[in-house]
Design a protein around this ligand. Structure first.
Ligand code: CFM
Length: 546
C-alpha cells in the first residue's frame, strides 16, 4: 500500500503543471489558454478569475458540442410525447439519434416518440431554393401519422444561413391544426460558442410556448419541479422513487422522463429545485418572476448530497409531517450506503480522480469521489460559465461578449392573474435568517481543494499532458476522450453516458457508482498498458521549412 501510494503521488506542483500545459503553444494561444486554467484558491471571489464561455481557439480539438446539441439533444431530447423534428441535413439527426442515454417510461398512454428520428432531410436544392415548403410538409406528415400534442422544430446550421423562417412555418401549422402546439427553436449549431447557448435558446422557447399552458391543479402535497435532471441511465427514476417515498409531489422534471403536460402545468408547483444549474437556471429565474415560484439549488448525486437536498426541500415546506418522513427515508436508505462504503473505501481511499464534463457534473460527482475518500486533483467544464465555476455572486461582474449578447434574453413580467408568492415576505426572511439560501449556487471552485487545477474547455492535447504529468487513478469525461485516455493506461469513466451503467443518482445510484469505481481503479489490467511517453519518453519532429 505504502509503495503504491508513493508511486502515485503527484510529482509536480500546480504551477509547474500549468506552465507545462502551455509550453508548446504559440505565445498568443498560450496567453488565451492561461486565462482558462486556474490554480484554485477556494476563495469566494466577487469578480471572476477564470475565463469561461468564450470561443475555442481554432485548431484546438475541443471536447465541446454545438448549440443545436444543447437545445435539441439536451433540453428537449428526453421529452417523450413531443415530436422533435429537425430541419436540416440528415447527419444532424442521425448523429443525435439515441446517443444521449436519457431514459423514459412510456406511461399509461404509451405515447413515446423518443426512439424515432424525425428530419426534413435537406438536400442541395432545398439549400438553394429554400426549405420552408419541405418543412411544412414534414410537420404535416408527422401530424397525420401520429397526431401528437406537440411538434418542436429545430434549426441546424444551413437553416440560419439560407434564412428559412421556421417560426412562421410553425405558427401557421399550429393554427391550421388547432389541436397541436407547434413551435420552433433557432438553435443553429454555430449560434453560440458551445451547447450552452442551445440550453438558453431552449429555455426561452419552453418558457414561451409550454410553461403555463395548463392551469389545472394536480393532486398531491409538497409540489415541486425538478429542473435540470435528464434521466441519464435512469437517474430520474431513482430520484422519483425517493420523492414518492418521502411524499414529495414532482409536478414536472425538466426534462428527464417528461411529458408535454408536465411542462404545461409546471407553474402550479410551489418550489423549483435546480439540479443542473448551467442548463436550466434561465427557466428557474423566469418562473420566479412570472409566477412567484422560488428556486433552490439541489444535488442528488452522492448519498450525503441527496439527504441534504431532501432536508432542504422539507425545510422549505416547513411541515413536521414532511420533515419527519424525510428523516425516516434517509434513516432507511443510509445503512445500505454505509455498508457499501465500509467495504469499498479501504480500496479507494487516497486514490486520485480528474473530471472534465459538461457544465455541472464535474462538480456534482466530486461528492461521490469524496464519499469514496478519493481526491479530485483537477476538474473543469466544457462549457460552464463563470458562475458555475466561482458562484453566482460573480454574476454582476461577468462581462458579456458579443457571442453571449447574440442569444435572446426574454423580458419577463409578473403574470397579471397567475403570479402568486408561494411564501410571505416574512416567511422567506425567516427561512433566510435560519441560513436558508434561495437563488444561490457556490460553484465548483468552492468545493475543490486549494492548489487543485480548474481548467475550462480542456482539449485533447492538454488532457493527455495532464495524465502524463499528474499520474492519476481515474479520468472522467466523455466518449471522445475515452479511448485516448485508456491508451495511456488510465481507466476512464464516462460521466455523460455512464458507459451503459447507472443510475448513479440518489441512494441506490451512489452504491452503483462506488462499485463501478472500485472495479475500475483496482483493476490490474491498466498496469499492463504502456503509454507512448513511457515507451519513447519524447517524440521529436521538425517542420519541413526548418
Ligand atoms: Fe447539465 Fe446534463 Fe451537465 Fe448539460 Fe450535457 Fe449531460 Fe453533461 Mo453530457 S444538462 S450541463 S449539456 S448535467 S449531456 S445530462 S452529461 S455535457 S455535465
Amino acid at each position: 500500500m505504502a509503495t503504491a501510494a508513493k508511486k502515485k503521488l503527484v510529482q509536480w506542483g500546480p504551477a509547474e503543471v500549468k506552465s507545462a500545459l502551455l509550453e508548446k503553444y504559440p505565445p498568443k494561444v498560450a496567453r488565451k489558454r492561461a486565462k482558462q486554467i486556474m490554480i484554485n484558491e477556494a476563495q469566494q471571489n466577487e469578480t471572476p478569475e477564470l475565463t469561461a464561455n468564450v470561443r475555442t481557439i481554432p485548431g484546438i480539438i475541443t471536447m465541446r458540442g454545438c448549440t443545436y446539441a444543447g437545445c435539441k439533444g439536451v433540453i428537449m431530447g428526453p421529452t417523450r410525447d413531443i415530436v422533435n423534428l429537425v430541419h436540416g441535413p440528415i447527419g444532424c439527426s442521425f448523429y443525435a439519434w439515441l446517443t444521449r442515454r436519457n431514459q423514459t417510461d412510456a406511461g399509461p398512454d404509451g405515447e413515446n416518440y423518443m426512439n424515432y428520428c424525425f428530419s426534413t432531410d435537406m438536400q442541395e436544392q432545398d439549400i438553394i431554393f429554400g426549405g420552408e415548403k419541405k418543412l411544412a410538409a414534414a410537420i404535416q406528415e408527422a401530424y397525420d401519422l401520429f397526431h401528437p400534442k406537440s411538434i418542436a422544430v429545430f434549426a441546424t446550421c444551413p437553416v440560419g444561413l439560407i434564412g428559412d423562417d421556421i417560426h412562421t412555418v410553425s405558427k401557421n401549422m399550429k393554427e391550421k391544426f388547432g389541436d397541436c402546439n407547434v413551435y420552433a427553436f433557432s438553435c443553429e449549431g454555430y449560434k453560440g460558442v458551445s451547447q450552452s447557448a442551445g440550453h438558453h435558446i431552449a429555455n426561452n422557447q419552453v418558457f414561451r410556448h409550454l410553461v403555463g399552458q395548463n392551469d389545472e391543479v394536480k393532486p398531491g402535497k409538497y409540489k415541486i419541479n425538478l429542473l435540470g435532471e435528464y434521466n441519464i441511465g435512469g437517474d430520474g427514476f431513482e430520484i422519483d422513487r425517493i420523492f414518492q417515498k418521502c411524499g414529495i409531489t414532482c409536478i414536472s422534471t425538466f426534462s428527464g422522463n417528461s411529458t408535454y403536460d408536465q411542462f404545461a402545468s409546471s407553474h402550479t408547483a410551489d418550489l423549483n429545485a435546480v439540479m443542473c444549474h448551467r442548463s436550466i437556471n434561465y427557466v428557474a429565474d423566469m418562473m420566479e418572476t412570472k409566477y412567484g415560484i422560488p428556486w433552490i439549488k439541489v444535488n442528488f448525486i452522492g448519498a450525503k448530497a441527496t439527504a441534504k437536498s431532501l432536508r432542504k426541500i422539507a425545510e422549505y415546506f416547513g411541515e413536521k409531517a414532511l420533515i419527519d418522513r424525510v428523516e425516516k427515508v434517509i434513516a432507511e436508505e443510509m445503512p445500505e450506503v454505509e455498508a457499501a462504503l465500509a467495504e469499498i473505501t479501504p480500496r479507494t481511499e487516497g486514490k486520485t480522480a480528474m473530471m472534465f464534463v459538461g457544465g455541472s457534473r464535474a462538480h456534482h460527482y466530486k461528492e461521490l469521489f469524496d464519499e469514496l475518500k478519493m481526491k479530485t486533483i483537477s476538474a473543469g467544464y466544457e462549457f460552464g460559465h463563470q458562475d458555475d465555476y466561482e458562484g453566482r455572486q460573480v454574476l454582476p461582474n461577468i462581462q458579456l461578449d458579443a457571442d453571449s449578447r447574440n442569444i435572446e434574453e426574454l423580458e419577463v413580467e409578473p403574470d397579471k392573474t397567475r403570479f402568486k408568492p408561494r411564501k410571505s415576505d416574512k416567511e422567506m426572511k425567516a427561512l433566510e435568517k435560519a441560513g436558508y439560501k434561495f437563488k444561490h449556487y457556490d460553484g465548483l471552485a468552492a468545493d475543490m481543494d486549494k492548489g487543485t487545477l480548474i481548467i475550462d474547455d480542456l482539449n485533447q492535447y492538454e488532457a493527455e499532458k495532464l495524465v502524463e504529468l499528474m499520474k492519476l487513478d481515474i479520468f472522467c469525461a466523455g466518449i471522445k476522450e475515452k479511448y485516448s485516455i485508456q491508451k495511456l493506461g488510465v481507466p476512464m469513466k464516462q460521466l455523460h453516458s455512464y458507459d451503459s451503467g447507472g443510475p448513479y443518482a440518489g441512494f441506490q445510484g451512489a452504491i452503483n457508482f462506488y462499485k463501478e469505481i472500485d472495479r475500475l481503479v483496482n483493476s490490474k489490467v491498466w498496469g499492463f498498458m504502456k503509454a507512448p511517453w513511457q515507451k519513447n519518453p519524447e517524440l521529436s519532429a521538425s517542420y519541413v521549412w526548418e
